[in-house]
Design a protein around this ligand. Structure first.
Ligand code: FES
Ligand SMILES: [Fe+2]
Length: 398
């Protein structure tokens, strides 16, 4: 049977009317316009209005615990670095010297050997709180005052062990941004976990393409066979029970294809489906059975929570068609340092899935360059993509 004939046989089951108990879209919504994915001028506006104004996740604080530890990051075109001072205070600065603008931190991470940040160009030195404490000149001009040249500080917050920065002068409140919806992961001990493994990838796609792909499972069966085996409902191209307009027909079915959750015998997201011991002690039975719980803080991070570990996935644009992701796997210290701990059983599974998503996103980006692509259209299952588009549109000012 040809595809066309199959389509002709099923038109009525695809016609959706508004139903309160169905989460999917009931109208064919347009996507964002094509230039939003490829136009450098539009991208520059997105950086200004989104990435330089909102709270942006950078990393889990366990990677910056020791005094003088630093990490550097790039948000759009802005270099930022974090440093833990000798009193334990975490500070964030623009990575730009006040003399003639050189980058200060060239390495992505490390620890300063002294409580000083020394510019690699002409050796100006700053205290860890940003004060300029020395220049390298034989004499300083009489009207030169070191107090006028501290490092430019960046707003920084530690929230449940996660480090967020805001480049704007007037950061939004926490409730407005990264805390919203976080009650979903209240029962996970996020702040006490430690990063056991980190993985980075630079993808040839616009940052929104990554988020759109994250927000739908219409692609799952053909892109993620292994994931669909572990999470059977994904194999039906949906991510939750009420994405199916006929979900009531399955009544009290416990088949994970309809009810959600992991396949029989699997306990967590890992190569063999096994979970680490000990798991998190504060979770409800429903949270354990669900297999995965997500918390999203746009535009920069989603946190996936499983019964035995968590993952923070950071998304930062490098340019209009280049996006960097960094994954931090988070574990209880007693799990991470236990005998027989098998990191690869955990990380190989999610790296496989993320590589598949990266390839799909890059494939999507290639087609988005078409001069004929003015916009696309969303299908009912893509309601989370619609919500993401609404968020972007609102953040851009309508
Ligand atoms: S640019 Fe930093 S000391 Fe000259
Ligand atoms: Fe995916």
């Amino acid at each position: 049977m040809s595809i066309q004939n199959e389509d002709r046989n099923i038109p009525n089951r695809r016609r959706l009317t508004g139903r309160e108990d169905f989460d999917g879209l009931t109208r064919a919504e347009p996507t964002l316009p094509g230039p939003a994915y490829v136009d450098p001028v539009h991208h520059a506006k997105e950086l200004e209005r989104i990435f330089y104004r909102h709270w942006i996740f950078l990393c889990h604080a366990s990677t910056l615990q020791t005094p003088r530890a630093f990490r550097s990051f790039t948000i759009g075109r802005q270099g930022i670095f974090l440093v833990r001072d000798d009193d334990g205070t975490l500070r964030a600065f623009h990575n730009s010297c006040r003399h003639r603008g050189s980058a200060l931190c060239l390495e992505s991470s490390g620890a300063f050997s002294k409580p000083l940040i020394r510019c690699p160009y002409h050796q100006w030195a700053y205290a860890l709180d940003g004060r300029l404490v020395a220049t390298s000149s034989l004499a300083e001009a009489p009207d030169f005052d070191r107090e006028d040249y501290p490092l430019h500080a960046v707003h920084v917050r530690e929230w449940r062990g996660c480090v967020f920065v805001c480049l704007g002068d007037d950061p939004p409140t926490l409730e407005e941004t990264f805390e919203r919806g976080s009650e979903r992961i209240d029962n996970w001990p996020l702040e006490t976990l430690v990063v056991g493994h980190t993985w980075q990838k630079v993808m040839a796609c616009n940052w929104k393409v990554f988020w759109e792909n994250f927000n739908e499972c219409l692609h799952c069966p053909n892109i993620h066979p292994e994931l669909c085996d572990l999470v059977p409902i994904y194999g039906r191209r949906i991510s939750q029970v009420r994405d199916d307009p006929h979900w009531r027909n399955y009544g009290d079915s416990t088949d994970p294809k309809h009810a959600g959750g992991l396949k029989p015998g699997a306990e967590s997201w890992s190569v063999d489906g096994s979970a680490l011991e000990p798991g998190f002690s504060g979770l409800t039975e429903e949270e354990i059975a669900r297999g995965q719980t997500y918390f999203v803080s746009l535009p920069s991070v989603f946190i996936a929570a499983h019964k035995d570990y968590m993952r923070a996935v950071r998304v930062l644009p490098l340019d209009v068609e280049t996006t960097q992701i960094e994954v931090e796997w988070l574990f209880l210290p007693e799990t991470l340092f236990s005998d027989g701990f098998d990191m690869k059983n955990i990380t190989d599974f999610t790296i496989l899935v993320m590589e598949q998503d990266a390839a799909a996103s890059e494939m999507n980006q290639i087609g988005l360059r078409s001069q004929k692509y003015d916009h696309g259209v969303l299908m009912p299952e893509e309601h989370h993509v619609k919500a993401f588009h609404d968020w972007v549109t609102s953040a851009m000012g309508g």
